[in-house]
Design a protein around this ligand. Structure first.
Ligand code: NDP
Ligand code: X2W
Length: 345
C-alpha cells in the first residue's frame, strides 16, 4: 500500500515516517512539506541518512490522489480541511492528525480553533479515531479524525469508570502536563529552552481547544451534557504527557476493584496497560511506544478517585494512534508496525 504524508517535516509527520518505515504493508510514496519542497529528506533531517532517500514535495492534491492509497495529514489547524474534501471525493482515505474534523456542532471551530468549520457534508463523514472505542466505525471510514493528545490520554483513563456509573462525571477535573514536542517544531518564546527548562507553566486555561473535544466525547458516551475543568501545563520533557484526573465516587470502591474493572475492560486492547495497586505510570515508561499506561488511587477518606494516564504525545497521542487506525481501516493486525518497546531510560 502506498502512503502520503502531508506535514512530513513536523514532529508528528517525522514520527509517521519512522513508523511507516517499519510497517510491512506500507511504502512511503510521497512526503509533503511546502517549505522544504525539492530538498532531500536527509538534507533536512540528517538522522534519516541511509534510511530513507526521497525528496520533499509541494502540496498538490491531484498529484497525491494519483499516486497514493492513503494520506496522513500532520498539518497545523485549518490546513487539512482545505484538501481532504477533494481527496475523499476521489475515494482516497485520509487520516487527519489535526483537529479539523474532530468537533461536531455549530460554532465550535470558530470559538475554539479560530477558523471556520469544514464543509458540513464532509464533517459528517468523519469518524473519531479513538482506536479502542470506535474500531468498527474506523474500519468503515474514509475520513478518520485522529484524537488530540490530551483527549486520548484523558478519555482512555476515564471512560471505563464513567461508563460504569461509579463516578460523578460532573466532578471531573483533568490536570494535564505535556512535553514540548506537543507544541510542534516551530520555534517560539514559550518554547525557549532557558524558560522551559527547570520550570512548569500553565497555559490556555479555560481556552484549550481540547476542552470541547473531551466534553463532546464524554457527553456522547453517557448521553448527558458534561463540562469539565481542564488545566494544561508545559513541562521540560521532549516527549510524553500525563493526565492526572480526579472524580467523586458514587459508590464505595477500593483501588483493587477499580483495577479489576479496567483490566477486564481493556483485556483485548494490547496498547493499554493497567498498573498494579501502589504503582503509577510515568511518561518515561511509554516514551517512543504506542502504550497508554493507567494507574489509580481511591481515597476512602474523601471518596474520591485519582486516575493517572500517560502516553507519548507523538505516538499514542498522534502518529502511533494514526497508524493503529490505518491498521484497523485496512484490516491489518491492529499492532502491525507498532510493537515498539518504550525507550528507557
Ligand atoms: N505534536 C503533537 O504531540 C501532536 C500534534 N497534533 C496535531 O498534529 C498536527 C501536526 O502537529 P506537529 O507535528 O506538532 O506540527 P509541526 O509544527 O511540527 O509540523 C507542521 C507540519 O505541517 C506543515 N505545514 C504547515 N503549513 C502547511 C500548509 N499550508 N500546507 C501543507 N503543509 C503545511 C509543515 O511543513 P513546513 O515545515 O514546510 O512548513 C510541517 O511539516 C497539528 O494539527 C497538531 O495540533 C496532534 C496530537 C499531538
Ligand atoms: C504542549 C502543547 O502546546 N501542546 C499542544 C497540543 C496540540 C494538539 O494536539 O492540538 P490539536 O488539537 O490542534 O491537534 C496544545 O496544548 O495546544
Amino acid at each position: 500500500m502506498k502512503a502520503g504524508i502531508v506535514g512530513a517535516s513536523g514532529y508528528s509527520g517525522l514520527e509517521l515516517i519512522r513508523l511507516l518505515l517499519g510497517h510491512p504493508e506500507v511504502e512511503i510514496e510521497t512526503i509533503v512539506s511546502p517549505s522544504n519542497a525539492g530538498l532531500k529528506l536527509n538534507e533536512v533531517f540528517p538522522h534519516l541518512t541511509n534510511i530513507q532517500n526521497c525528496e520533499f514535495d509541494a502540496l498538490d492534491v491531484n498529484d497525491l490522489a494519483s499516486k497514493v492509497d492513503i494520506v496522513f495529514f500532520a498539518t497545523p489547524a485549518g490546513i487539512s480541511s482545505q484538501s481532504i474534501p477533494s481527496l475523499i471525493e476521489r475515494g482516497i482515505p485520509c487520516i487527519d492528525l489535526s483537529g479539523d474534523f474532530r468537533l461536531k456542532g455549530n460554532g465550535l471551530y470558530e470559538e475554539w480553533y479560530k477558523h471556520s468549520s469544514p464543509p458540513a457534508q464532509v464533517l459528517e463523514q468523519a469518524v473519531y479515531g479513538l482506536s479502542e472505542f470506535y474500531p468498527e466505525e474506523i474500519a468503515n471510514a474514509n475520513l478518520i479524525a485522529n484524537p488530540g493528545c490530551y483527549p486520548t490520554a484523558s478519555l482512555l483513563g476515564i471512560l471505563p469508570i464513567i461508563q460504569q456509573d461509579w463516578v460523578d462525571p460532573s466532578s471531573l477535573i483533568i490536570d494535564g502536563k505535556s512535553g514540548l514536542s506537543g507544541a510542534g517544531r516551530k520555534t517560539s518564546l514559550a518554547a525557549h529552552f532557558s524558560e522551559v527548562n527547570e520550570n512548569v507553566s500553565a497555559y490556555k486555561l479555560g481556552k484549550h481547544q481540547h476542552i470541547p473535544e473531551i466534553e463532546q466525547l464524554l457527553s456522547m458516551q453517557i448521553e448527558k451534557e458534561i463540562q469539565v475543568t481542564f488545566a494544561t501545563h508545559l513541562i521540560p520533557l521532549t516527549r510524553g504527557m500525563m493526565c492526572s484526573m480526579y472524580m467523586n465516587l458514587l459508590t464505595e470502591k477500593t483501588t483493587n476493584q477499580v483495577i479489576e474493572l479496567y483490566q477486564s475492560f481493556y483485556e483485548n486492547h494490547p496498547f493499554i496497560r493497567i498498573m498494579p495497586e501502589g504503582k503509577w505510570p510515568t511518561p518515561k515508561g511509554v516514551a517512543g511506544s504506542n502504550y497508554c499506561d493507567i494507574g489509580f488511587s481511591v481515597d476512602d477518606r474523601t471518596n474520591r478517585i485519582t486516575v493517572i494516564s500517560v502516553i507519548d504525545n507523538l505516538m499514542k497521542g498522534a502518529a502511533g494512534q494514526a497508524v493503529q487506525n490505518m491498521n484497523l481501516r485496512f484490516g491489518f493486525a491492529e499492532t502491525e508496525g507498532l510493537m515498539l518497546s518504550p525507550v528507557f531510560p
